[in-house]
Design a protein around this ligand. Structure first.
Ligand code: SF4
Length: 306
């Protein structure tokens, strides 16, 4: 652990012995929850880019995207090894053969891991079989990122997530049975959640033995159902101070072995009505870290037993 919490950079450096960077790959895929769900429309915060803010166009092949991003990251950060990151929408919504072809195209020189982002109710065994086979064939690690956002069932419904906490726990168990790394995406400042919900989420993901968490604030992306709610005053966002207080408490209640992939996310101003209170992500990170130092809190230090 660094002095306050277990950072992703430190974890990657220890695991691979060198600098490792994620290379986003943008696939031509959507999400069943946007296209097919009876609730319709997808999650209330989901924009048309499906989290692909910083990605290259999906008209480029996987190879072209990786080659371009790898050259840039090698030059800028002197990185040696890379993670191919299938981030957009729900990667496992692709037909399984297409999914296999895209992921296999990414496996190659200097790719040490494949990270696949998906929904808890979209983890079917044939896709896990494909990933197990590619792991065996290429010797890559497999990281699965599951959107959870909160463990409060009522808030999951308000977000129109279309899955339950039980769906997440079931998916987590099946991912872990394969020996893949599991990351949970969480939004800490959901206005319908209380501080107690945030602490429960820390306890539940710790108990479920997830390997990593990715923490975000609630962005209001233009054109979303959340944007309409925000503009008509149906939802009041929490403050940056609320986020900092929740992040500090969350980390204090989180198992010390869980890696923090991100302590705050980021989204471009042109795509959002508000993201991170119009403040740089690193300023929010610094506030969280300063508060932890002032209050003598480190990751896991507020748990009943660690
Ligand atoms: S599961 Fe992800 S991609 Fe699908 S609607 Fe929700 S946020 Fe968007």
């Amino acid at each position: 652990m660094d002095d306050l919490y277990l950072t992703y950079a430190a974890y990657l450096q220890k695991k691979y012995g060198t600098k490792v960077y994620k290379l986003p790959v943008n696939l031509p895929v959507s999400c069943p929850h946007r296209d097919e769900s009876p609730e319709g429309g997808g999650c209330i915060f989901c924009g048309v880019k499906g989290a692909a803010f910083e990605n290259l166009a999906n008209s480029l092949s996987v190879t072209e995207q990786i080659r371009t991003n790898m050259a840039f990251v090698r030059r800028k950060y002197k990185a040696q090894k890379f993670i191919a990151y299938f981030q957009t929408y729900t990667s496992t919504y692709l037909p399984v053969e297409k999914f296999k072809a895209f992921v296999e195209e990414a496996c190659g020189q200097d790719i040490v891991s494949v990270a696949v982002s998906t929904r808890p109710d979209c983890i079917q065994e044939p896709y896990l079989d494909v990933l197990s086979a590619l792991q065996a064939k290429y010797g890559v690690d497999i990281d699965i990122e599951l959107g959870l956002q909160t463990t409060n069932e009522q808030t999951l419904q308000r977000l129109n997530r279309g899955h339950t906490l039980a769906d997440f726990l079931d998916a987590a168990r099946r991912v872990q049975q394969r020996g893949f790394t599991l990351c949970a995406h969480l939004i800490l400042d959901l206005p319908w959640d209380t501080m107690e919900d945030v602490l429960n989420t820390a306890r539940i993901v710790s108990g479920a033995e997830v390997d990593q968490v990715k923490l975000h604030s609630l962005y209001v992306v233009k054109g979303t159902a959340l944007a309409r709610m925000y503009q008509t005053g149906q939802v009041q966002l929490l403050t940056m101070e609320d986020y900092v207080a929740r992040a500090v408490a969350f980390l204090g209640h989180l198992a010390p072995r869980i890696v923090i992939q991100r302590i705050i996310g980021r989204a471009p101003a042109e795509d959002t009505l508000i993201a991170n209170w119009h403040t740089s992500w690193w300023k929010v990170r610094d506030l969280i870290e300063d508060t932890m130092r002032e209050r003598g809190i480190i990751q896991g230090s507020l748990r009943a037993e660690t």
